[in-house]
Design a binder for this molecule. Structure first.
Ligand code: HH2
Length: 261
């Protein structure tokens, strides 16, 4: 899953693909590099990011989805039903909601009605304050319980189980140790029986571990987490650096004999 942020303020690539032309060109490049899914987002969820008005989010996301539809599976990274509906009308078939349908529960009905896929992500609190001293009893057990509850809600709203993916939400209300524990024990989340999406790409815990301040310098660190996550059952890797990730996953998967030559 290639990240396509049509935003001026995303934590690692804000402004790089903000114009329609740049976003479309970058989306095509990610597909050429091997992305099977493009995750188009018009609102940053980094800690402290400013909320984006619905009309502005529509203006950023919908034209890009419309042009890129057909080149890959198009995912819309939004928690607003209106934005998701417009993106689905424009050719998207996957809804990535970082609030797991909590912001707008009607999102579940939309996904059910359209028969599309969705990703339900764990987040403690909300983006503005989520990094202020997050605490858990046991981070993996707490995240698992949350994801099970949200998946049960989604199924209750009519979404087929095989169309639901879950994501532990790396960096969303988590300390470095929480992120590492979730990666170390990702097999326990995979044991829930849903597809597992993992999003570590360029995130700040990697910067803290390696001393790399510039998110663009965290590709190698991201690859380490990607390979570990594959080994522990993740099946979708949400990344900015698709070419490097595709190579790492090919070699790791062949070694694990999940899709070797
Ligand atoms: N991470 C980000 C955004 N959306 N969705 C899922 N399912 N999992 C993630 O880990 C995830 C996500 C944050 O990364 P990015 O889009 O690069 O930054 P920003 O939110 O600043 O646009």
């Amino acid at each position: 899953m290639g990240v396509l942020n049509v935003t001026p303020d995303s934590f690692s690539d804000g402004g790089e693909w903000f114009s329609f032309e740049d976003a479309v060109a970058h989306g095509r490049e990610l597909v050429a590099q091997g992305a099977a899914i493009l995750d188009v987002g018009g609102e940053s969820t980094r800690p402290g990011a400013a909320p984006v008005a619905q009309d502005e989010e529509l203006r950023r996301v919908v034209p890009v989805v419309e042009v890129l539809a057909g080149t890959a599976t198009l995912s819309v990274d939004t928690s607003k039903v209106v934005v998701a509906r417009a993106a689905l009308d424009a050719g998207a078939s996957y809804v990535n909601d970082v609030t797991a349908f909590r912001a707008e529960p009607a999102m579940a009905g939309l996904v059910a009605e359209r028969g599309c896929e969705c990703c339900l992500m764990h987040m403690l609190g909300e983006p503005r304050t989520m990094q202020d001293d997050p605490r858990y009893d046991d981070v993996v057990d707490d995240v698992k319980a949350f994801l099970s509850e949200r998946a049960a809600f989604a199924v209750g709203e009519g979404i087929a189980e095989h169309r639901i993916a879950v994501d532990p939400g790396i960096g969303f209300g988590k300390t470095i140790e929480h992120n590492l524990e979730l990666l170390r024990r990702l097999d326990e989340i995979a044991a829930l029986g849903f597809e597992v999406v993992i999003g570590t790409s360029r995130k700040s815990f990697l910067g803290k571990l390696t001393g790399r301040q510039d998110p663009h310098d965290r590709v190698a660190a991201t690859l380490a987490t990607t390979v570990l996550a594959l080994e522990r059952g993740a099946t979708v890797f949400r990344v900015h650096d698709v070419a490097e990730t595709a190579d790492a996953l090919k070699v790791a998967a062949a070694t694990l004999r999940r899709d070797g030559p």
